[in-house]
Design a binder for this molecule. Sequence first.
Ligand code: ADP
Ligand code: MG
Length: 274
Amino acid sequence: PARSSGANATTILAVANQKGGVGKTTTAINLATALAAVERTVLLIDLDPQGNASTGMGIDRAARRRSIYDVLCGTATLADAAVTTEIPGLDLVPSTVDLSGADLELVGEDRRSYRLQQAVRDDRMTGHYDYVLIDCPPSLSLLTVNALVAAHRVIVPLQCEFFALEGLSLLLHTIEQVRKGFNPGLEIDGIVLTMYDRRNRLSDQVADDVREHLGDKVYTTIIPRNVRVSEAPSHGKPALLYDHRCVGSQAYMKLAAELLNRNRPSPAPTTRAA
Ligand code: ADP
Ligand code: MG
């Protein structure tokens, strides 16, 4: 498995939006790959029963002996369930269809919202990763709540289309509820605009609108709509491995740089001589 220098604490990021098809999985896979490319160690957790992140990373169903479902049920640790990927420094905890039943199975269980937090905040399991990225399902289910309770920060992908902001207030409200009830340190790292089409004036309008509403919460980097990015998953590869020069891959490299910059600890205050 991937090993970091161990010099820094692990940062846990949830990639969340209850809308489907906005670019959560694409962002989780390619941001994880971009961070690994700049020598961070990363654990990508596939928390969607559809398993798109697992498939997109080339982990076929036969290879998924243990999954995040087993971790949530307490029958496996993250270390048991993690598999290596083609990308050095990037490991993955796959999902299986069992996960679609987890919501119901966990109802009534003690501390059901903390299942993932218990697993990922255990330094013996994740302490050697610089980043843990959680790819959430398209719902505000108990699975997404588990991701938000486990995370330090949230990344929200928003598709550059007419209804981009619709549903966002519900997501922000949910994040606020989780912060109040379960995870006081939870913060939004940033909102990332995805599938931007510069030939479409609506894309620009949406981008301006989102910036007007959400200001500096929006990453400067915009992910363009790019056919290479959409082709990559069918080859079981991140876009960055499928075609690292395409504009989509380059945008994810920029996003990783921006994220690293945002998370850089602020310099210690210097004492000024009188
Ligand atoms: P979600 O995980 O939010 O449901 P996905 O990441 O699976 O969304 O993206 C939905 C669809 O859009 C997928 O078919 C994906 O390949 C495609 N897609 C995502 N981002 C881009 C992009 N930047 N350019 C082109 N297609 C994209
Ligand atoms: Mg997805």
